[in-house]
Design a protein. Structure first.
Length: 125
């Protein structure tokens, strides 16, 4: 199973191809495609590559599915015998991302020098 650990908004998420993740709100419309390049770990099913701090050449292609809100959390502060009561609520905003593909750039072989490419010309004298 191919997966990657990506960082978004200071938090880490496990990205698996074909699955969705919910990250802190990104200011992107639904339907847009993005590349997440801050990959901390990449596993292709056989080998794992751990970054120091990031893995070079690995990109996670995602599509923004929708912008959502988490359920409301009620914060209630109360002090007995002081007539102190404060009630407030909070709804965190998230962006749901569909993981399309995890790609790793192929390692480039070092370029051959011109002398190695052309064989030495021998003249018969």
């Amino acid at each position: 199973m191919k997966y990657a650990i990506v960082e978004s908004g200071g938090k880490q998420y496990k990205a698996v191809e074909g699955k969705t993740i919910e990250v802190d709100r990104l200011h992107v419309e639904a339907g847009k495609k993005l590349n997440l390049t801050e990959v901390l770990l990449y596993h292709d099913g056989k080998k794992a590559a751990v970054g120091t701090p990031l893995v070079k050449g690995v990109k996670v292609n995602v599509t923004v599915v929708e912008q959502i809100k988490a359920p409301k959390i009620i914060v209630f502060k109360y002090k007995s015998r002081q007539r102190y009561r404060v009630k407030s609520g909070h709804r965190q905003k998230y962006t749901r991302l569909m993981i399309n593909k995890i790609t790793k750039a192929a390692k480039k072989k070092p370029a051959e020098t011109k002398a190695e490419k052309k064989p030495a010309a021998s003249k018969a004298e």
